[in-house]
Write a protein that binds this ligand. Structure first.
Ligand SMILES: [Zn+2]
Ligand SMILES: [Zn+2]
Length: 152
């Protein structure tokens, strides 16, 4: 991984595109009920500094405040989920959770976190070991700083 891993990506229909400078190779999976519904499975996302993502097609981006502390965005043309972002002030305010499935080339990345593991449907599991795993209770404790009492 070089210090400047710049990757392109976009939505299903191509109306929204971006170029992002990835901060590293690590990404996480979130199994919370909101991410499950939003993605139809789990959110596989990388925390990227918001100012390191250059979007094109902004007019096609729809957003919704999905909790008191976070928002989600999608392409209003094709429905692809584009990002999850904490809107509350604090340690996560400068980050955007970018689904790695949007990348044109998602190779070479590593799933290092898996959260809301106790909310995961029992019908599937990701391969590999050694990930940092957190339960819903762990997450609520960690993200209490955001005023969170649950999913965002
Ligand atoms: Zn689209
Ligand atoms: Zn989630």
């Amino acid at each position: 991984m070089s210090a400047t891993d710049i990757r392109s990506g976009g939505c299903l229909c191509g109306a929204v595109r971006f170029t992002a400078t990835l901060p590293g190779a690590n990404f996480g999976a979130c199994h919370c009920p909101m991410c499950r519904r939003w993605t139809g499975s789990a959110l596989l996302g990388m925390s990227v500094p918001t100012d390191q993502i250059d979007w094109t097609g902004d007019a096609h981006i729809a957003t919704r405040q999905t909790s008191g502390w976070a928002m989600r965005a999608w392409c209003r043309e094709c429905g692809s989920g584009l990002y999850f972002r904490v809107t509350a002030p604090g340690p996560y305010a400068h980050l955007t959770e970018l689904p790695i499935g949007l990348l044109d080339d998602a190779s070479g990345l590593q799933m290092t976190n898996e959260i809301y593991i106790d909310q995961k449907p029992d019908s599937f599991a990701y391969a590999g070991a050694g990930r940092n795993v957190m339960t819903r209770a762990d997450c609520i404790a960690k993200f209490a700083v955001l005023g969170s009492e649950g999913e965002g």
